[in-house]
Design a protein around this ligand. Structure first.
Ligand code: ZN
Ligand code: ZN
Length: 448
């Protein structure tokens, strides 16, 4: 039986031999961005790559997601290596689709490269007696919770239950045979000082889809006969801004959104105005409290103008919990690749402010979600560009593949020990109940 160090050396050599192929995948996806649940071409492309690696896989999970396996020669736990398929919409990004504005301004294109890289590195262990357990290779849709109206409509049409990728994978049972999971996200030099950054947490959130409903009338001839939904929205957003002094810094509450429709014709009183919003915070309770403030403001706008407001609150993400023993294994492997001095570890309470549905998964199983610093510019900005593709794709693939080797060789004892000593925050059923309970629709009539 080869030693762990010999297996890790072979894994790294296999990934190095395919490094150009992997980087080309990341760049191809960069140039073909598709937003969440619409990653049809991206999914087809990733499926082709799975075929090239001779990895049996299922497609079409939660519309565009997929899942393949490398099975060891002995039974044991299943470790998922995850990549995310979706882009944002950032018009003006140099790699944006000119028609849709879709752009990989969050680096998810590199995640698919690194997930396939881990597959390249671990393929030699398929059926090998040294591997006690399985590797699930997962490409997930829709990490960015955008296109809120579209997702709500897909939910209402029964195409989606939950409206984000990992949430929907959990609901559909696609994680039922997975015991623990890992992925790595790209970061910018403007946000992280080391090549690999571990630890920390993220905000959770709920997602708002809001319609202010008024009454149209001639904007010049008889504006007094209308009910102005746009003015109701303006009052609501002003009220929201006045909430900020009630927020505690340490709760990292973020109240933000976009107006997606401000009316139909300039010469008619706007009667249908739409707003997509987000309420973030560091805990479920803090989010619920801030969400009530947002709802009060939305109702206040409708009350002031005598309009109606329809408020849909959708289950958003949970804060990220990194599993420390898994993280420590990955840190050792990352140090082998780039040296200890190129790693940093944030305290568990250090909140990045953003949100990820990997936080949801981290509530039902051990998860590790570090960052690899490979970009310049601002995340989600027009200037977010991957500069170092070795650090964006090749090195993370190695770090994840080597961590899988730590977990599943030696009869899978490390993985079993982590599972025994890291009870989940909640069961799958408790998670589903929590999230279903956060889905609320309210029609408030300010004109009664
Ligand atoms: Zn993002
Ligand atoms: Zn992202």
């Amino acid at each position: 039986m080869p030693t762990i160090d010999e297996l890790k050396a072979q894994t790294q050599a296999a990934i190095d031999a395919r490094s150009e192929w992997l980087i080309d995948i990341a760049k191809t996806i960069l140039n073909n961005p598709e937003p969440g649940f619409m990653e049809v071409n991206t999914a087809r492309y990733v499926s082709e790559k799975f075929h090239e690696l001779d990895i049996a896989h299922e497609t079409g999970i939660a519309l565009t997601g997929m899942k393949g396996y490398i099975r060891g020669g002995q039974p044991g736990p299943t470790v998922a290596v995850i990549g995310e398929l979706d882009s944002l919409r950032v018009p003006g990004h140099p790699h944006a689709n000119p028609d849709t504005g879709a752009a990989h301004a969050c680096g998810h294109n590199c995640q698919i490269g690194m997930m396939l890289g881990a597959a390249v590195g671990l393929k030699m262990l398929e059926g090998h007696e040294a591997l006690a357990g399985n590797v699930a290779l997962m490409a997930l849709p829709a990490e960015e919770f955008i296109d809120v109206q579209d997702r709500w409509e897909m939910h209402q049409e029964g195409k989606l239950g939950f409206m984000a990728g990992k949430q929907e994978f959990i609901r559909l049972g696609a994680f039922d045979d997975v015991d623990m999971a890992m992925m790595m996200h790209t970061a910018s030099q403007s946000s992280e000082d080391a090549k690999f950054a571990f630890g920390g947490t993220s905000n959770g959130h709920v997602v708002k889809y809001v319609r202010f409903i008024g009454k149209s009338a001639h904007a010049g001839g008889a504006p007094y006969e209308g009910v102005n939904a746009l003015q109701a929205a303006v009052v609501a957003l002003n009220a929201l801004n006045h909430q900020r002094e009630t927020l505690r810094n340490e709760d990292t509450v973020r109240l933000h959104g976009i107006m997606t429709s401000g009316g139909a014709s300039v010469n008619a009183v706007p009667a249908d105005v739409r707003y997509e919003g987000r309420v973030r915070g560091r805990s479920i309770e803090i989010i619920a409290d801030a969400n009530e403030k947002m709802d009060r403001c939305l109702r206040a706008g409708a009350l002031a103008m005598g309009a109606q407001v329809n408020i849909v609150t959708m289950p958003g993400y949970l804060p990220m919990v990194n599993n420390v023993p898994m993280m420590d294994l990955m840190k050792d492997n990352a140090a082998r690749i780039v040296g200890e001095h190129n790693l940093m570890t944030h305290v568990p309470t250090r909140n990045r402010g953003g949100s990820t549905d990997m936080g949801d998964l981290s509530h039902i199983m051990p998860v590790v979600h570090p960052y690899t610093t490979a970009a310049t510019g601002s995340g989600h900005g027009t200037d977010y560009l991957i500069e170092d593709y070795v650090q964006a794709v090749v090195n993370p693939a190695k770090a994840m593949a080597m961590t899988v080797i730590d977990l599943l060789t030696g009869q899978g004892d490390k993985a079993k020990e982590i599972l025994d000593t890291s009870p989940p925050q909640m069961s799958k059923q408790q998670y589903l109940d929590l999230q279903n309970g956060r889905l609320v629709e309210e029609l408030y009539d300010g004109g009664r």
